[in-house]
Design a binder for this molecule. Structure first.
Ligand SMILES: Cc1ncc(COP(=O)(O)O)c(C=O)c1O
Length: 326
């Protein structure tokens, strides 16, 4: 018996995905929504809090603070509560009501930013608010997923290790990952390259994100992309970057549900779309193994990705973006 569900982070299942349109591409998806609060972010939340407590970086009187509009906020609120720690989550107007509800019910305090930043998003103002509070109070620990090396270490020591162990014949050829804070790809890429120096690490990002040098534009799907370049990415070992649109993401999410019966969240669709796009112009004559990460489940996206009216609006927006950002 488990003492607490939150001790069950990691060791998520891997499923094989075959597609007639990519006969030689053997895709293996790591289903990260099997983590206790429903996403890959349980790994970072659990690891960072435990390491910080064990190393005396924080203690029972510390208040954890982080900017997140989604999965990380949910994961941190649960793991902070488990450890008897207070947590302040700085969210914004775009945070999904279900995420806000979950963060609150896990006992976190919420600060909601309503003023957009110069990019039309809220990230800069969420971080500005945290910096103001850090200046005023001495009891805060800012997790800072974009710059905290513990974020990357969390994935080096767990997800990266699992991918190496679970790849067919423990031989990793490709790994495709969505990028937001950069923690997942930094940690996983270092671990995978250590054990498989010839493995190719492909970052998947979304048009409108600035992570790999694109121009900032309004984005609607949370969990992938960013309006700032995360410093944690400096440690990442990335071979190639593939950009996808939000509309391609939506189509892929629906294809995964229809053909594979897996109900995935946005970034999983982006990653799958990225794999198809990447190999479209490459001749692959013998089977290759492609590992990828499905970071969260579809439930939190029923009003967006799985809502026809919303998708129509995104289709128009994506078409415009393709031409503007070319
Ligand atoms: C759904 C989803 N996919 C992918 C990611 C990207 O992970 P990272 O922030 O480690 O780059 C996140 C991060 O929040 C996420 O929520």
């Amino acid at each position: 018996m488990l003492s607490n569900i939150l001790s069950k982070v990691g060791n998520t299942p891997v499923v094989s995905i075959r597609s007639e349109s990519m006969p030689n591409i053997r895709v293996f998806a790591k289903l990260e929504f099997y983590n206790p609060t429903g996403s890959v972010k349980d790994r970072a939340a659990c690891y960072i809090i435990n390491r910080a407590l064990n190393e005396g970086i924080i203690n029972k009187n510390t208040v954890i603070i982080e900017s997140s509009s989604g999965n990380f906020g949910v994961a941190l609120s649960a793991h902070a509560k488990l450890n008897g720690l207070r947590f302040i989550c700085v969210i914004d107007k775009n945070t999904l009501p279900v995420n806000e509800m979950l963060i609150k019910l896990h006992g976190a305090e919420i600060i909601k930013i309503t003023e957009p930043d110069k990019y039309g998003g809220y990230l800069m103002n969420r971080i500005k608010k945290i910096k103001e509070l850090l200046h005023e109070r001495k009891d805060l620990y800012w997790v800072n997923q974009y710059g905290n090396p513990l974020n990357s270490e969390a994935y080096y020591s767990s997800l990266g290790k699992e991918i190496c162990r679970e790849a067919p014949r423990q031989h990793v050829e490709y790994v495709f990952m969505g990028v937001s804070s950069g923690g997942t790809i930094s940690g996983v890429s270092r671990r995978v390259k250590e054990e498989n120096p010839n493995a190719k690490i492909i970052a998947v990002d979304i048009y409108g994100s600035v992570i790999f040098g694109g121009r900032a534009k309004k984005r609607y799907i949370p969990g992938i992309g960013s309006s700032m370049k995360p410093s944690i990415l400096e440690e990442a070992l990335i071979d190639d970057v593939i950009m996808v649109s939000e509309y391609e993401t939506i189509l892929s999410c629906k294809e995964i549900l229809e053909k594979q019966s897996i109900f995935v969240g946005g970034s999983s669709g982006s990653v799958y779309a990225g794999i198809a796009k990447y190999f479209r112009n490459i001749e692959v004559n013998q089977p290759i193994n492609v590992m990828c990460i499905f970071a969260d489940r579809g439930e939190r996206y029923i009003e967006t990705i799985y809502n026809e009216k919303w998708c129509e609006r995104i289709k128009e927006h994506s078409e415009v973006m393709k031409t503007v950002l070319k």
